[in-house]
Design a protein around this ligand. Structure first.
Ligand SMILES: Cc1cc2nc3c(=O)[nH]c(=O)nc-3n(C[C@H](O)[C@H](O)[C@H](O)COP(=O)(O)OP(=O)(O)OC[C@H]3O[C@@H](n4cnc5c(N)ncnc54)[C@H](O)[C@@H]3O)c2cc1C
Ligand SMILES: *[C@@H]1O[C@H](CO)[C@@H](O)[C@H](O)[C@H]1NC(C)=O
Ligand SMILES: *[C@@H]1O[C@H](CO)[C@@H](O)[C@H](O)[C@H]1NC(C)=O
Length: 277
């Protein structure tokens, strides 16, 4: 019998990692994953998927190192396990005791009746949902091209121009446009990317463009991995926030998910008349 009901809002790489961490480690919790969009329609799906270390200005270095290391170890373990398990499938198949629901959340109030704790992994959605004005988009456009002869990645000095060979295609990019909410492909950006990348790797001039994609990085001065208690419908409800990973969500998702799990644990300990987990 599951005694505590939790909900994770958001099904990008951060929400999926967090939901799986909680479901696997807190057997007395039922976990519902609630999201407006699912794979392949999240920001996380289009990311180049490169692991690159970042440094956030106001977070203890030791904590950041842990985020990076835990995530790296997890990615390595998945890569070495051959069958990189799909976190979403794992959760929806009930293996870790979870449920998945497609829905847009308009306010936290609407969740407080059905759940004992809320985890906020809504990425850029936090701007509307939590009213966090410090979250902003950094627009990124990339192209997928057919160039199987490329086997090594190339990245220029400022990191704006890159060529990342993947399994099925080569991702070339990119752009970093702060405060730009446009989700459609920009012809000028496409031409600029092709031009810059062909200068780094002339053979790309012959490559066929397979697709174009735009994503908005959910950026913030520092990712917010914190807990708070909110009064919702006259009841104190614990909220754990885990959003604002910017251009590093794939790199640090697992590490921040483990932190979020720990914060959920702390909240549960403080919850009145709750079974010990
Ligand atoms: C071009 C590009 C390249 C990138 N390359 C890399 C890279 O190489 N390495 C790297 O580490 N990172 C990279 N990133 C960054 C990475 O994609 C993000 O950091 C990551 O996707 C953020 O994940 P997330 O789960 O927080 O957000 P998202 O993937 O955006 O997921 C947010 C989820 O919340 C849901 N949601 C939001 N609001 C609501 C609401 N009100 N109700 C219900 N659901 C809601 C959405 O539907 C969605 O499912 C790149 C990004 C871009 C754009
Ligand atoms: C992704 O978006 C497309 C287009 O809006 C939609 O048809 C599809 O059902 C979505 N996929 C998922 C898994 O939600
Ligand atoms: C997520 O956090 C943002 C920023 O504080 C807030 O506006 C939003 O309501 C939160 N959403 C959830 C589901 O907790």
């Amino acid at each position: 019998m599951k005694s505590v009901r939790g909900v994770v809002v958001g099904a990008g790489v951060v929400g999926l990692s967090t939901a799986v961490c909680i479901a696997e480690n807190l057997p007395l919790c039922s976990v519902t994953l609630l999201s407006e969009k699912f794979s392949p329609n999240t920001t996380s799906d289009g990311a180049a998927g490169i692991v690159l270390a970042a440094e956030f200005p106001d977070i203890l270095l030791e904590r950041q190192r842990r985020w990076f290391k835990d995530s790296f170890d997890n990615l390595l373990a998945i890569a070495q396990s051959q069958h990189s398990p799909d976190a979403g499938i794992m959760l929806s198949s009930g293996k870790a005791g979870g449920r998945v629901e497609q829905r847009k959340v308009n306010s936290l109030q609407e969740l407080s009746d059905s759940f004992d704790f809320i985890v906020n992994c809504s990425g850029l959605g936090s701007k509307q949902l939590v009213g966090d004005a410090s979250v902003y988009p950094v627009r990124g456009q990339v192209l997928k091209v057919d160039a199987p002869w490329l086997t090594h990645f190339i990245k220029d000095g400022d990191g704006k121009t890159y060529i990342y060979p993947g399994i099925h295609s080569v991702t070339i990019g990119g752009t970093r446009q702060e405060g730009d909410w446009r989700l459609h492909v920009d012809k000028g950006d496409t031409d600029g990317i092709l031009d810059r990348c062909s200068r780094l790797e002339p053979s790309l001039k012959k490559a066929k463009v397979l697709s174009e994609w735009v994503g908005l990085r959910p950026s913030r001065r520092n990712p917010r991995v914190e807990r708070e208690w909110l009064q919702l419908q006259g009841r104190m409800v614990p909220i754990v926030h885990n959003y604002g990973h910017g251009g590093w969500g794939v790199t640090i998702a697992w590490g921040t998910a483990l932190d979020a799990l720990e914060l959920v644990r702390q909240c549960l300990k403080e919850m009145p008349q709750q079974a010990k987990l």
